[in-house]
Write a protein that binds this ligand. Sequence first.
Ligand code: ADP
Length: 343
Amino acid sequence: MFTKARLTLTGWYVLIIMAISIFFSIAEYRSSSAELERSFRRQVFRNTPFITPPVLPDFESSLVQEAERRIALELLLINLIILAGSSFAAYFLAGKTLKPIEIMVDEQKRFVADASHELRTPLTAMKTEIEVTLRDKKLDIKQAREQLNSNLEEVNKMQSLSNYLLSLSKYQDSKSHFEFTDTPILEIINDVAEKTRIVADKKHIGIIVEGENVTAQINPVSITELVNILLDNAVKYSHNDGKIIVKLRQENHLAVISVQDFGMGIKASDLPYIFNRFYRADSSRNKSHIDGYGLGLAIAKSITNLHNGEIQAESVVDTGSIFTVKLPLKMNRVNLRKISAIS
Ligand code: ADP
């Protein structure tokens, strides 16, 4: 697909260059031959001042024609060289122009394939269960209820996946539609921590919130989602009876949020990829069977990008992880312009 597009684009580039080149060649040819004829006439007039011939004498005329032929040949040669050179240059330029689009399309394809794969798993499980249940002639109400409960579990999984996908596309596509208001971040952290404690209590994990209240110009809904993702992960990947420390501080013109857990940690080989869409470290996929789609941190990164901030992860296996988010206190004009350039 891209080879064809590259050739078409090359064709257009060459066409434009050759149209310009031919236009100037014709203009050059016309003005040179007119100049030639004028100078020969001047010469003839100088030799025979009292007779101004309406046409050049044969000898001079053939000289003019010869010179014109030579100019035409030279221009043709120059145009052929331009054609050859511009074809190579245009092919190279077309490749450079299409490269980012090619990367984007590949990424999009991979994303659709991954999303379809993740959706197919619960759908297949549901379909098989329903088929088996329907074949059971002696199905009683208790079994039917169990079946519906199991189906509901799969539906919940699909719903959470579709919510993740929606979030991801929301933060990637329409960055200019977000409102940024001065918001006390500690309030957001406390709210999220309060809600997360319901899940954390089941694993006897304590959540400690520390720090000063920093007010920053943020989009509160998305920052709530960001803190939620980091705290959710910290609980998910912590051992029972663990502890999570959330800190907020101001560092120069930045609000710095850190979420630290003392859980299973992340292998150094996985660390560079955890912010990629659908990436799940093997340990969370296989060994511990922890639910997830590998989209949370990709959304967290999109949210920090939206705020012109950054997110980093440090981790040691079996010791714990610390995720640090840095957000500018003010979404000044420069930042906003940078953001719209990215979008
Ligand atoms: P999910 O948690 O749904 O798999 P995420 O995008 O939130 O997806 O995280 C990507 C991967 O990063 C996870 O699969 C896990 O391997 C790793 N990870 C994220 N947070 C932590 C954490 N606090 N401790 C250990 N591993 C983590």
